[in-house]
Design a protein around this ligand. Sequence first.
Ligand code: UD1
Ligand code: UDP
Length: 363
Amino acid sequence: MKLITIIGARPQFIKAAAVSREISKHEDLTEIIVHTGQHFDENMSEIFFEELQIPRPHYNLDINSVGHGAMTGRMLEGIEEILIKEHPDFVLVYGDTNSTIAGALAAKKLKLKVVHIEAGLRSFNMDMPEEINRILTDRISDILFCPTQVAYQNLVNEGFKNYDCNVVVNGDVMQDAAIFYSKSSEEKSGILKKLDKKDFILCTIHRAENTDNRSKLRNIVETLNKINREISVVLPLHPRTLKILQRNNISAEFDIIDPVGYLDMIQLLKHCSLVMTDSGGLQKEAYFFNKNCITLREETEWVELIEYGYNILVGSDPEKIYHAYSKMIKKEFKKENDLYGGGRASEVIVNNLLKTNLIMTPE
Ligand code: UD1
Ligand code: UDP
């Protein structure tokens, strides 16, 4: 059976690392990796293939740094050519980026089977490019792997039981990655020594809803400056945000470092006092590594973290951010549940693909 995996952005490398590892256990499965090129800096792409031992991409389309239409359109054209040549049994796409929708659409138009990993998530905010990408990808997917029960319920609410597709709740492949790479992170990461800080808050900011709105971004950075006077803030900075901070003369007084690899990230997660982020992935990783989280967004797709009090949504309002920080920095983290499948999500995906005709739509 031939699988084509289409990836292009940082979080997709981490998700695909977990699933590829599982695929490689089966001799009757062949995986071909297509890198769209959406992320391309060494520390946004190559480092993940290297450290996480993801098989080298067979194709790299090198499409990046253009508007949504041009990016998605060029990817569509490039991916179509590869799919026609390779004719796979399944096309795997991950999450909600432009690489996701381009891969799904190219495959579906060729009548190939589309597998969406991380299906059913919703923010209910159609201003987000990610929400558009995920809704459209879900609708044209043949097999939808949902990381949570809430994601499954979102699809039920949208009438997916009436569509010709299979929906499976498999858990979160990011948890598989977090568990698997935790050990090599202990052995190989040198970030804590380099950073040389006892207590710090780990922060990331890159989402369009924050970076593309100057006053929101300024509010967040100024509030982080204020918090940094009480406890160090460390922010591995996405190149998107770096460009915008520089262009708008927004100055950060806290530690801005280059984006780090996943092994370093795990160490930062394990040793920080709190996570503050607008990243989707990081919200869950805070939970995996027993840390409270403050989400610098108005809504989240990972609502169970809010419900259980592990995460607080604050948007970009300075008072709300500071108030949440004062509360969460003191709060003890108590994990009383396992919200994301316990680390078997990739295995469920591969087992289902191996016996596609046995897939059941859960109640
Ligand atoms: C994309 C995803 C977002 C995801 C994020 C993960 C879409 C619409 N958005 O956002 O959902 O959360 O990836 O990180 O697909 N850049 C570099 N070097 C790189 C990568 C990007 O300089 O290695 C620059 C690009 O030139 C561009 C900007 O960052 O100017 C944004 O990159 P882009 O891929 O368009 O979107 P992201 O913000 O990374
Ligand atoms: N990440 C990383 N280095 C960084 C920042 C993030 O390895 O400097 C990892 C993070 O641990 C998570 C993933 O990248 O696994 C999240 O990606 P990102 O925040 O870019 O995208 P999102 O999850 O918001 O789509």
